[in-house]
Design a protein around this ligand. Structure first.
Ligand SMILES: NC(=O)c1ccc[n+]([C@@H]2O[C@H](COP(=O)([O-])OP(=O)(O)OC[C@H]3O[C@@H](n4cnc5c(N)ncnc54)[C@H](O)[C@@H]3O)[C@@H](O)[C@H]2O)c1
Length: 383
């Protein structure tokens, strides 16, 4: 019998919806030791929060996250707010002994992330950060192939995350939906928002990064701020690109922008090893492109593997071979893995300490871009 686990969701935007969907679905598809109970949802607008609770089946609503943390009937705090609130909520939740699921990026910067790591480790509470792309079955398969040595020595890692939704200079900055354009709320622009995903996947697949050399640009320098009504300086990076050297000797390029006309969420990575190469594309997320030089020469070439068979990661839980799954399932997988890990007394990854590694790389990227030089990446010691 699965034991009830009472969830408090803070934030009802894009991620609030993906997580709620995952809690509702997980036990229909995974035999997990806990049953997520949608106990309370919290956001600032009372009427919208009530409507959200009705849609997703939350038992109650709150408008002050501190009250949620004080509640004795809550086991897990799930942080789906803009980035500037992650640390305050997570540290308070850890001190109250709650389990914590926190959206990415972990924090506004490395030093703040370290405080969060220390808080959860001092409290000894289970914690995890929603770097959900690790749970795309094709990406999980890439991890397995690399771990099995199928690629051999890795020479190159190449990642991109391209969007085009901020090209219009009339788009305001700040406030609901547009907090990503205000660095006092987001921490940074595409570096912390999009490259954070690319970096998390990269360090998971290819290990620690040694040094980076970056450039950033803000194409639209001033925008009206929705909260002040004034035209103000834009404080985020609109585009960010960096070179990196991994500890394993491989060379990497990372690029992200919200100014690539025609691309909505084009997250791609390619890895070139001595025996084989892998390519993955979020717009075609159920496929993994694979080239193996050891194949017979007559039929050697890039394969497009349709990741739908029962022996592909996570897929035996879903439909039948040939029928693919999508974006929302990555969150279901992440909840399933978290509940499984809590049941076994293990750490679900990426935990805060693991996500802090990404934070330090983000800091090095931004410092490199500001100083126009190479930056060494500080390595994170195991707990
Ligand atoms: N894992 C992913 O792929 C992914 C994708 C998108 C966003 N994110 C992350 O998720 C987080 C939320 O992003 P989003 O796109 O859902 O944002 P959003 O703007 O859609 O929603 C933010 C929510 O936070 C609420 N909120 C703001 N201040 C609050 C407060 N003081 N108390 C309670 N609630 C408050 C808002 O009312 C809103 O419901 C961010 O950290 C973002 O980086 C992750």
């Amino acid at each position: 019998m699965a034991k009830p686990l009472n969830i408090a969701l803070i934030g009802t935007g894009f991620m609030g919806r993906t997580h709620s969907n995952a809690y509702r679905k997980v036990r229909n598809f995974f035999n997990v030791p806990y049953d997520p109970v949608l106990k309370v949802v919290c956001a600032r607008d009372a009427a919208k929060t009530k409507a959200f609770a009705d849609t997703w089946g939350y038992e109650s609503t709150e408008s002050d996250w501190r009250k949620v943390i004080e509640r004795k009937d809550v086991d897990v705090i799930d942080i789906c707010t803009p980035n500037n609130l992650h640390a305050e909520i997570a540290i308070a939740a850890a001190e109250a002994g709650k389990m914590i699921l926190c959206e990415k990026p972990l924090s506004m910067d490395g030093p703040q992330g370290l405080k969060m790591v220390e808080a959860v480790e001092k409290a000894g509470v289970p914690n995890m950060v929603w770097y959900n792309y690790r749970r795309v079955p094709a990406v999980t398969l890439a991890k397995k192939l690399i771990a099995e040595g199928k690629l051999g020595r890795i020479f190159h890692y190449r990642a991109k995350f391209l969007q085009d939704w901020t090209i219009n200079p009339e788009l305001p900055q700040g406030g609901n939906g547009l907090w990503r354009l205000d660095a006092s709320v987001s921490g940074s622009g595409v570096t912390g928002d999009l490259l954070a995903h690319c970096i998390d996947t990269a360090i998971w697949l290819n290990g620690d990064m040694d040094e980076v050399c970056a450039m950033t640009e803000t194409f639209v320098k001033e925008r009206k701020h929705t909260e002040t009504g004034q035209v103000q300086k834009v404080s985020i990076d609109d585009a960010s690109a960096f070179l990196a050297r991994f500890d394993n000797g491989s060379l990497a390029t990372f690029e992200s922008t919200r100014y690539a006309r025609g691309h909505k969420a084009l997250y791609t990575f390619e890895i070139n090893g001595e025996h084989a190469s892998i390519f993955w594309d979020l717009h075609d997320l159920h496929r993994l492109q694979y080239f193996d030089y050891r194949d017979a020469s007559e039929t050697r070439g890039w394969k497009s593997i349709h990741i739908t068979d029962g022996d592909h990661p996570y897929m035996s839980h879903w439909w039948v071979p040939g029928l693919q799954i999508g974006y929302e399932h990555t969150f279901v997988h992440q909840v399933a893995d978290f509940l499984e890990a809590v049941g076994k007394g293990e750490k679900a990854q990426p935990d805060f300490r693991e996500a802090y590694r990404t934070q330090l790389i983000l800091d090095a990227v931004l410092k490199s871009a500001a100083d126009h030089n190479w930056q060494k990446v500080e390595h994170v010691k195991p707990a």
